[in-house]
Design a protein around this ligand. Structure first.
Ligand code: NI
Length: 174
């Protein structure tokens, strides 16, 4: 398990579509999974996608927990998702705050589907299907974007919804 360098905005790796995983058990994929978990744990982030450690595979890890940035975030154990996808349940969206390990110092409000039905392959190669809503649905949609070469700033509707981290922390403390 290695803490890997996180690719920063402007790096081409964040702008390409990641390859699907066809062999969950391959040593290459197991190494990427372990490094993703280890790298995410070394940060205050709640999710990470393989392209962020310069590995262009369709793998994400979600690990929601309350933090200084997201004091109301629900707790969930680290969950590894291979080849994840989703469909919206209904067309209701909501705008809320996001940040990204690849874009330090910035927070912005982004519209996302409120409820989604997700599917992915787990670490044992089993297909998993769940419904998600609210914060975790948001994190999932953010990480899926990384697999398609999209970052959350691409989805900001108004430049005035972009804050510095310092102003964001003042806002949530007020
Ligand atoms: Ni991100």
């Amino acid at each position: 398990m290695t803490i890997r360098e996180i690719a920063q905005l402007g790096n081409d790796i964040l702008r390409i579509v990641a390859k699907p995983v066809d062999d969950v058990n391959s040593p290459v994929i197991q190494q990427v999974i372990n490094d993703l978990i280890c790298t995410l744990e070394s940060t205050s982030g709640v999710g990470i996608a393989a392209p962020q450690i310069s590995e262009s595979w369709q793998i994400i890890v979600l690990a929601s927990k309350p933090t200084k940035r997201y004091p109301d975030a629900p707790s969930m154990p680290s969950t590894i998702m291979l080849n994840p996808s989703f469909i919206a349940i209904g067309d209701e969206t909501e705008k809320d705050w996001e940040g990204c390990l690849s874009i330090p110092g910035i927070r912005a409000k982004v519209p996302r589907y409120k409820r989604i039905k997700i599917s992915y392959t787990d670490q044992n190669g089993l297909l998993e299907i769940y419904e998600l809503e609210g914060f975790i649905a948001r994190v999932f949609q953010h990480e899926i974007d990384h697999l398609n070469g999209v970052v959350y700033l691409d989805r900001v509707e108004d430049n005035q919804d972009i804050f510095s981290e310092m102003e964001y922390l003042k806002l949530i403390a007020s």
